[in-house]
Each structure stands twice: as structure tokens, then as C-alpha cells.
Write a protein that binds this ligand. Structure first.
Ligand code: NDP
Length: 433
């Protein structure tokens, strides 16, 4: 903690992993001999830079840009960029640290990284977003490359931003290097299913957890927080599997629609009009908008936090359990506080941590890199089948590992152990670097 003062989220993410690794380290004393824990907690490289840009009135703004290249034992650095006013080094490092293990869990050759800026895209014009992205990439490009570091989107960074970033990279380097960014539009090198992948993947993972309990999504009442990329495609896949999503949210409030959220309206509001969800009730008079509400008070059997870190605390977890929630799958990164995780564990709620449940996004990014490397484009159905197989495999490996370490059904232990062992073995093999 004294080496990384003030980085609360990073401390939280590290503690959550380290606390579960006792049995792994007892079985693998070589990891301690090689100081893997100490090395894995120190990023290989951290880049912090100034991002100056001009708004539409000509006023100059200065934001801060970050890229933390955390670990490249298994492949080039890979992880998203987040544009949100709350971004600072502690957030980027927590996300980058989680990304190491998540990427290892996919079984694909990708290392862990994360980046972003405290830039707030809300209320900005397309031109302002473009100028910001160009300035951001003007510094970052020198650290990127198909074999070096491959960013993607995250909160506040979607296909529009990836387009501007890619355009500037191409212009500066004079290289049409498709594999340098993922999450691109499928018309110019993006993978089909990448947009849907995190949400679909999280639902596939929860579906596997429900199967273990002898259940399925059919007829289940579900709640999905957020209303961004992950939330929308989580809702879509739950509906396809026969579940009913009765609530979603944004940072201002909650929509409760007891007959089920209308996905067409939600997609139009968020993806086309870039509006707030409050507008949903104008078209659906039987739905309710609860300004500043807590979505976890709405009774459900399956909860899928898909907005942001620490959005589900101990109190909310107790409420969910009391209301009969049997499964929680994290589409977001670290949305449940440590106390919330304890509540679920003690109640016997099936709980899928983000690094396992939301790994479908980065896995499909790795599939996008494969397509770019071979100058090929796969069909939607084929790519979705690959995603589904990957999610089933992540579930199986976490489940079996948890059993092997004497904690059946504990996906936190399973996910941390699988991810850590894969990275640690590579680090041992590569020697002291
Ligand atoms: P988006 O920007 O598309 O959507 C984010 C959603 O979360 C919005 O509804 C936003 O509401 C809400 N939100 C963001 N910050 C806060 C906050 N501080 N308090 C309350 N609500 C908030 O992002 P994504 O859907 O891409 O990302 C959501 C989560 O999923 C993040 O934790 C991200 O790291 C994780 N994730 C994303 C992946 C991806 O492929 N996109 C992959 C793996 C994980 P508002 O509009 O009001 O800000």
C-alpha cells in the first residue's frame, strides 16, 4: 500500500486476488521462489500523458491520459480504454490488474493492460470527441502495435471513439494495421459479435452456473444495472434464453418495467440518440423511472451488475438475497464490494466474478485479432459459437479448479487460481525479466 498510495481500487483488486491464492502457493512453492506475487503486482510499464484539445468554441482543455501495460507473459498487452471523469491511476491499475487474469482465463494469447482518460464524453459533440481522440492517440500511438499493445473500448469508448483513434493511428504511422485496436466497425476490420460479446458471454456464463443448480434462464426475473454496451447485450441474450429483465439503470436513475424492458426502445435511446434512460418512460407509460434509485432493491432471481465498480455493496447484496436472488453474474469489472461478495458466499448464491463472467468481450477481441492477422472475416454464427465455447470452457475450468482446491462452487477461488497459474507458469519459464 505504501508503494501505491491513494489507489484504493487497485488495493481492493489486489487483495481480492491475493487473499484466495494460499492453496495455490502451497501447491506451487516455485512461484514464491520466483517472487511471482511481488512481480505480478508491479506493472511492466506505466504511461501518463497530457491530452490537450479544443472544444467547439475554441476553448482549450487539458485532460490526463493513461496506459498501464501490466503484464505481457501470455501475449501482447490487451485491455480497453475508459473515458470517464472518475478515471485516475488507481482505477486504470485495478482494471489492468484484473485484465491479466481475465485474459489468461480466455486461454487465448493476450497479456493484460488498461488505459483511458478523465475526459468526460457526456454532452460533447462528435467533433469534440474526434479532436480529443486524435490528441490522445498522437501520444499513445508510439506505445501501440499489433505485437505490442492492442487497446479496445470500455466505459465511454465505443465504435465511434475506436474509429477516431484508429484513423489517427493510421494517419501518423502510415500503416493500415487493423490488429492495433479491437472493437472496430465490421466494415473496416472489426469482428462481428464483438459489440455483443461481453453481454452475451456473461449470460452464457450465468447459464452454466444455473445448470449446475439444475436451473435455467427460462421464466427467471432478472435485473441488469447500467444501460451501456454490456447491459444492452446482456438484456438481449437473457430475453433470447427466456428470461425477463424488469429493470436497468444509468448513473442518474433506474427504469422498472414489470412486463419486461423493451430492448428496441432502449437501443434507440442509447445507441442512436445517445440519450439518458429517463426518456424510456415517455414511450412506455406503464414503466417507472426512479431518480437516484437503487436497482438492487427490485426483487429478482438473477442479478447482472453491468455498470461500474463498487455499485453493489453489502447492504444491497443482503437485499438481493432476501428477495430470493440465486445467481449474480458480473458484466462490469469489480461491481460488487468485498462485503457484498461475502454476503453472496455465505448465502450460497452462485456468484460469477467479472474476470470470469465478462471475459467474453476480450476473448472476442482476440478473435478479432486472429481475423485481422489472417485478413479474414468470420460469420456472426461461427463467431458466436466460438464465444459460447470459450465461455463454457472458462466456466468449466473455474468450477473444476475450485473443487480441486476444496471450495466447490466458489468461482472467485476458481477464476483467480486458473488465471494466476497460467500467468505464473509463463513468468517462471521466461526467467527474471
Ligand atoms: P458504457 O459506457 O457503454 O456504459 C456504462 C454504463 O454504466 C452506463 O449506463 C453508465 O451510466 C453506467 N455508469 C458508468 N459509470 C457509472 C458510475 N460511476 N455510476 C453509475 N453508473 C455508471 O460502458 P460498458 O457497458 O462498456 O462498460 C460497463 C462495465 O463493463 C464497466 O465496468 C466495464 O469495465 C465493463 N466491461 C466492459 C467490456 C466491454 O466490452 N465494453 C468488457 C468487460 C468489462 P451513465 O451513462 O449515466 O454514465
Amino acid at each position: 500500500i505504501h508503494r501505491n498510495p491513494g489507489e484504493a481500487e487497485f488495493h481492493q483488486a489486489v487483495r481480492e486476488v491475493i487473499d484466495t491464492l494460499g492453496p495455490v502457493l502451497r501447491k506451487h512453492p516455485e512461484f514464491a521462489d520466483h517472487k511471482i506475487i511481488e512481480r505480478i503486482c508491479e506493472p511492466e510499464r506505466q504511461i501518463i500523458f497530457r491530452v490537450p484539445w479544443q472544444d467547439d468554441r475554441g476553448e482549450v482543455h487539458i485532460n490526463r491520459g493513461f496506459r498501464v501495460e501490466f503484464n505481457s507473459a501470455l501475449g501482447p498487452y490487451k485491455g480497453g480504454l475508459r473515458f470517464h471523469p472518475s478515471v485516475y491511476l488507481g482505477i486504470v491499475k485495478f482494471l489492468g490488474f484484473e485484465q491479466i487474469f481475465k485474459n489468461a482465463l480466455t486461454g487465448l494469447p493476450i497479456g493484460g493492460a488498461k488505459g483511458g482518460s478523465d475526459f468526460d464524453p457526456k454532452g460533447k459533440s462528435d467533433d469534440e470527441v474526434m479532436r480529443f481522440c486524435q490528441s490522445f492517440m498522437t501520444e499513445l500511438y508510439r506505445h501501440l502495435g499489433e505485437y505490442t499493445d492492442v487497446p479496445a473500448g470500455d466505459i465511454g469508448v465505443g465504435a465511434r471513439e475506436i474509429g477516431y483513434l484508429f484513423g489517427q493511428y493510421k494517419r501518423i504511422t502510415n500503416r493500415y494495421e487493423s490488429g492495433v485496436l479491437t472493437g472496430k466497425n465490421p466494415q473496416w476490420g472489426g469482428a462481428l459479435v464483438r459489440r455483443e460479446a461481453t453481454g452475451y458471454g456473461a449470460v452464457y456464463f450465468v447459464d452454466e452456473m444455473l445448470k449446475v443448480r439444475g436451473q435455467s434462464f427460462e421464466g427467471k426475473r432478472c435485473v441488469v444495472s447500467g444501460s451501456g454496451n454490456v447491459a444492452i447485450y446482456t438484456i438481449e441474450k437473457i430475453q433470447e434464453l427466456g428470461g425477463k429483465v424488469v429493470a436497468c439503470s444509468d448513473s442518474a436513475g433506474v427504469i422498472y418495467h414489470k412486463d419486461g424492458i423493451n430492448l428496441e426502445t432502449l437501443k434507440r435511446l442509447k445507441e442512436v440518440e445517445r440519450e439518458r434512460i429517463a426518456g424510456y418512460v415517455k414511450e412506455h407509460r406503464d414503466a417507472e423511472y426512479i431518480a437516484g434509485g437503487n436497482i438492487w432493491e427490485i426483487p429478482c432471481q438473477v442479478a447482472m451488475p453491468s455498470a461500474t465498480q463498487n455499485e453493489l455493496d453489502g447492504e444491497s447484496a443482503r437485499q438481493l438475497v432476501a428477495n430470493g436472488c440465486i445467481a449474480v453474474g458480473e458484466g462490469a469489472n469489480m461491481p460488487t464490494t468485498p462485503e457484498g461478495v461475502r454476503v453472496f458466499s455465505e448465502a450460497g448464491t452462485s456468484y460469477a466474478p467479472g474476470k470470469a463472467a465478462n471475459a467474453g468481450g476480450v476473448a472476442t477481441s482476440a478473435l478479432e485479432m486472429q481475423q485481422n492477422a489472417s485478413r479474414d472475416a468470420w460469420t456472426f454464427d461461427y463467431t458466436e459459437r466460438r464465444l459460447h465455447e470459450i465461455m463454457k470452457e472458462i466456466h468449466r475450468s473455474c468450477y473444476e479448479m475450485a473443487e480441486e482446491f476444496g471450495s466447490p462452487g466458489n468461482y472467485v477461488i476458481g477464476a483467480n487460481a486458473v488465471g494466476f497459474i497460467r500467468v505464473a507458469e509463463a513468468m517462471v519459464a521466461f526467467g527474471l525479466i
